[in-house]
Design a protein around this ligand. Sequence first.
Ligand code: HEC
Length: 147
Amino acid sequence: MRIITIALCLSAMIFAGAGYAKEPLTKERNRSHIELDPENTGTYTGAAGKDNYIGNCSPCHGLTGKADGPLADSLGEGVQPRKLDDAKLLSSRTDEFLFKVIKSGGASVGFSESMPDWKDTFTDKEIGQIVQYLRKNICKCKYSGKK
Ligand code: HEC
């Protein structure tokens, strides 16, 4: 009986230890959510990303994200910009994923290279602001937690 108790205690400790070890990773993964809203007020309007979206993204993705910008039909056979107002689609994407597609381009995640990379155009902060603009004003959605 005593042996079983000790074994139970030990496995509980190992289990708890494993959970503890995972904690910093989870925090790391969530970090960019916090950075996008530095004061973490939850009231960030996304306004700062607006001009950059309209100036650089709307030619393909359209002013309201309907993929109807003037360049939308000129990207080549079968290639269309993504409808960024598609809340169902964008709520399946994490903020980090959207950040990566914008920063490093479509090819970096296996999408068409017609989606340019913006790393030489925008700072990380500006890309974060564009992600916020997409969330608040274009798809009006958040990551749902389901991929
Ligand atoms: C030259 C046209 C073009 C421009 C300009 C452009 N995109 Fe794209 N974008 C695309 C295409 C095409 C795709 C879809 C690629 C595919 O279907 O494989 C795409 C995909 C995306 C996706 C992926 C959506 C998903 O499914 O997760 C995001 C996010 C995105 N674009 C954001 C932006 C933002 C923000 C800007 C401006 C900074 C921008 N795009 C500028 C053409 C463009």
